[in-house]
Structures are given as structure tokens and as C-alpha cells.
Design a protein around this ligand. Structure first.
Ligand code: FE2
Ligand code: FE2
Length: 288
């Protein structure tokens, strides 16, 4: 079977519409996004709660994003189980137990794909109604398996922990037990996936500080890409919070949690500055 599968070759039928991080970042934040941020920053909370005026579309879009993320997580874990020879973890090899963890993860993700597809259907969404951002699989294309674990398991599945915690709460407040329980079960699996990333990163790089810092650097780059202009944080302007306790359980140190939280705050400050500049450009009283 072929090894090292590029993102362009992912098998998708005509229902899927794909986009990637480069596309999304090309023009920076669009005028529409800034207009929305500008409107929301005039008092309205951005928290994903059922009383938000666009709660239904926001929750459906997020759920669709989760579903395609689950597909890519399945593909990424499967690739990592297959792409590297079995060995002691040095050079291009991975320990056999790491492969077993990836196989276990692929099994979990396959279940998550089914759950998320059914939840999306339940919420009234059609497959392909929202674009599929392929960044997760792109992070799983590194030639170094430890970078894959840092970028996917720790950065992106760490983000999944935060998002699932919010979706679970959303289901609870909205009175939707299906959404609440499904998110809770998937959340439990994600904590184990992130923990796998934390444990293997530390184990395999125990005697290779350069490789470890390269992996942590990659993790931070991915984290930063997804700080979402301040979407994660404790402010009312943020959609969801950093799930500190679950991150601790998943092997994040206090310092690591603090760094992510600082990065989120920086991203929010950046967004505020962009919104202010946008308002100055179009006039403070421009209709939202
Ligand atoms: Fe998952
Ligand atoms: Fe996962």
C-alpha cells in the first residue's frame, strides 16, 4: 500500500467542498468577517449559546467542521500507523506500541465520524453545506511522526477538547440530550488521543532535545493558526473557553496551558485592533 499520501489525493466524493489554510489566510480577514466582528463587538456576546441570534447556523457550521475533522483525524492516524517502519522511534521509525495507539485512535475516529454525521443530519445539515478545511490532514503529512503527534494530537485535538466541551454545554442548555451525550462521549476519547500525543512526544524525544523543541514549535504554529482571532478565551467576545482541566488530564503542563491562554489573548487583541481599524475606515456608525 502507498505511503505518505498528499492532501490533494484524499478520497472525497462530489458532495465535499474543500479549502485549505493557505486559501483562508490569503486575503487575511475578509471585510465580511470584520463587519460581523464589528457588529458583535457592540455589546452582543459571541459565546456559542442558544440565545445567540445565529445560534442554529453557528452550531451547525461547527458540527460540520467537527465531522470533517473526524474524517481527517481517522485518515491521519491511519497514515501514521502505516507510513513508518517499526523501530525504536529514532530516525524514520516508530515503536510498535505507537502504531497500536494510532490504530486504536483510527477506530475511535471512525466511530466519531458516524456519530458526527448523524448529529449533523439531526441538526438539519447536509454534507458539504459548509467547506471542509483540510488543515488537520495537512498537519498529519509531516515526515517526522512526532511532529504529526504534536500538530494533530496535541494542537488540533487539544482544540477539539475545548470545542467539544462548549458543544456539550450548548446541547445541555438547548435541551438537546443527543448532542450533549454524544459530545461528552467523544470528548472522553479526545482526551485519550491528546494524552497519547503528550506521552509519545515525551517518550520518543527523551534523549533528543532538538527534535522535541522542533515538535513543540510546530505544535505552537498550528495552535496559533487556530487561535481563530480570539475565538477561544474567557472573554464574552470569544465563542468558547480553554478547557483547562481536560487539558491537564491530557498531559498539558500548567506552563503549556498558560502559553496557549496568552496566545488566545494576543489573538483577541489583534482582532479588536482590526475591528477598530475597520470601523475607522467605514465610519463608526456604518450599519452592521
Ligand atoms: Fe475524534
Ligand atoms: Fe481524536
Amino acid at each position: 500500500m502507498r505511503q505518505f499520501f498528499p492532501v490533494e489525493d484524499l478520497a472525497r466524493d462530489e458532495r465535499f467542498v474543500q479549502t485549505n489554510m493557505a486559501e483562508r489566510m490569503k486575503d487575511g480577514r475578509t471585510a465580511l468577517e470584520l463587519k460581523e466582528s464589528s457588529a458583535k463587538s457592540r455589546g452582543a456576546s459571541k459565546r456559542l449559546t442558544p440565545d445567540r441570534h445565529d445560534a442554529s447556523d453557528a452550531a451547525r457550521g461547527l458540527m460540520h467542521g467537527i465531522m470533517v475533522g473526524e474524517i481527517q483525524a481517522l485518515e491521519g492516524a491511519g497514515r501514521t500507523a502505516h507510513d513508518f517502519a517499526t523501530g525504536d522511534g529514532t530516525s524514520d521509525t516508530v515503536p510498535f506500541e505507537l502504531k497500536l495507539d494510532m490504530a486504536r485512535q483510527a477506530w475511535d475516529e471512525a466511530r466519531h465520524v458516524e456519530i458526527s454525521a448523524k448529529l449533523s443530519d439531526w441538526m438539519g445539515t447536509e454534507l458539504g453545506e459548509f467547506a471542509e478545511n483540510t488543515v488537520l490532514f495537512e498537519a498529519a503529512c509531516s515526515n517526522d511522526p512526532i511532529l504529526r503527534l504534536a500538530g494533530v494530537n496535541r494542537a488540533l485535538e487539544g482544540l477539539a477538547i475545548d470545542v467539544f466541551t462548549q458543544m456539550k454545554e450548548f446541547g445541555d442548555i438547548a435541551g438537546d440530550p443527543y448532542l450533549e451525550f454524544c459530545e461528552d462521549w467523544m470528548l472522553a476519547d479526545e482526551v485519550t488521543h491528546v494524552k497519547m500525543g503528550s506521552d509519545w512526544l515525551r517518550k520518543v524525544t527523551a534523549n533528543d532535545p532538538d527534535r522535541r523543541s522542533k515538535a513543540l514549535e510546530f505544535q505552537q504554529v498550528v495552535d496559533k493558526l487556530f487561535s481563530f482571532g480570539g475565538a477561544r478565551g474567557e472573554s464574552e467576545e470569544s465563542s468558547f473557553s480553554l478547557a483547562t482541566r481536560f487539558r491537564e488530564l491530557a498531559g498539558f503542563t500548567d506552563d503549556e496551558v498558560k502559553t496557549i491562554s496568552e496566545m488566545d489573548a494576543e489573538a483577541l487583541a489583534e482582532r479588536r485592533a482590526q475591528v477598530l481599524a475597520y470601523r475607522e475606515k467605514v465610519g463608526a456608525d456604518a450599519p452592521a
